[in-house]
Ligand binder design. Structure first.
Ligand SMILES: [Zn+2]
Length: 308
């Protein structure tokens, strides 16, 4: 497997208030763990600058303009109850989108079998018209649309194993059967959506997990809900909204996964990518707030992407 890694120093310059869990140290922890010689074969590429016009794939222009004027020229400004912006946040957001779109281009051009994008801020809580939950714009949704518009594919699947439900991705694709959205997440938990009964146009598969459950129920949700949905849908591309906050060390939730579970889930999705989508798989960092849990989980995930 050829695995590419995109990251960029600008992602460290999206500054959040002291004590905020979504902080630059998350990416420093990932950088440190991927420095190990086990990852020497990773194809490391600096994320390209993004094309702002691609935000419109998932969000209306007036909302994009509203977010943009909320970026401060100094200090930290509040965008939503728990989403803040600093002067370099716009550039970080656009570069995260640029990296995700470039990752899609890479797997279609054969430059890589799969790609991990280590970027921040995350994106899966951003709805069509709402920035929330540390997210400005929905990077995974934009990348899925980019694949459809630029690479002529019909069906894209987004699998979201972040411990929080990706309300934004669900909102954007609610009535769009060309995109399958599958999510495992703790429920009840922020943002409150993600019940099994929320099925959109038959393209939304929610597999909520009760607090204080762990590997068994997570793997069962994958085997009984997520993987069969992927086999039925036969996507041309799989995008992972890869949050690692279902790790047992994470302070924001109560699901007890280990890095072995992320290794296993990655392998399962790679099998489906091999079966349906010519191995094409793009993984985008979402949450994960315990630095050690995040680093070990990313190491397991990327290690599996490289090994196949
Ligand atoms: Zn999360």
């Amino acid at each position: 497997m050829t695995t590419r890694l995109y990251t960029h120093p600008i992602f460290l310059e999206h500054i959040t208030p002291p004590g905020h869990p979504e902080r630059p140290d998350r990416l420093r922890a990932i950088e440190r763990v991927l420095d190990d010689e086990a990852f020497a074969e990773l194809d490391r590429v600096e994320a390209p600058e993004g094309d702002e016009a691609t935000i419109l794939y998932a969000h209306p222009a007036d909302f994009v303009a509203r977010v943009r004027v909320g970026i401060p020229s100094e200090g930290i400004a509040r965008i939503d109850a728990d989403t803040t912006a600093s002067p370099k946040s716009w550039q970080a957001v656009i570069t995260a989108i640029g990296a995700a779109n470039a990752a899609v281009d890479d797997v279609f051009a054969g430059r890589a079998d799969n790609v991990f994008v280590a970027a921040r801020p995350p994106g899966h809580h951003a709805e069509k018209n709402t920035a929330m939950g540390f997210c400005f714009f929905n990077t995974a949704a934009i990348a899925a649309r980019h694949a459809q518009k630029e690479h002529g594919v019909e069906r894209v699947a987004i699998v979201d194993w972040d411990v929080h439900h990706g309300n934004g991705t669900q909102d954007i694709f609610w009535d769009d059967p060309t995109v399958l959205y599958c999510s495992t997440h703790q429920m009840p938990l922020y943002p409150g959506t993600g019940a099994k009964s929320e099925t959109g146009a038959g393209n939304i598969v929610n597999a909520p997990l009760a607090p204080r459950t762990g590997s068994d129920l997570f793997r069962d949700a994958f085997l009984s809900r997520v993987l069969p949905a992927l086999d039925d849908f036969a996507p041309d591309l799989i995008i992972i909204s890869a949050g690692f906050d279902a790790h047992h060390r994470d302070p924001l939730a109560e699901i007890n996964l280990t890095e072995d579970d992320f290794d296993w889930a990655t392998g399962q999705l790679m099998q489906r990518a091999a079966r349906h989508s010519g191995n094409r798989l793009v993984s985008l960092l979402e949450g994960g707030y315990d630095l050690q849990g995040l680093a070990f989980s990313v190491a397991a995930h990327v290690g599996r992407l490289m090994k196949g």
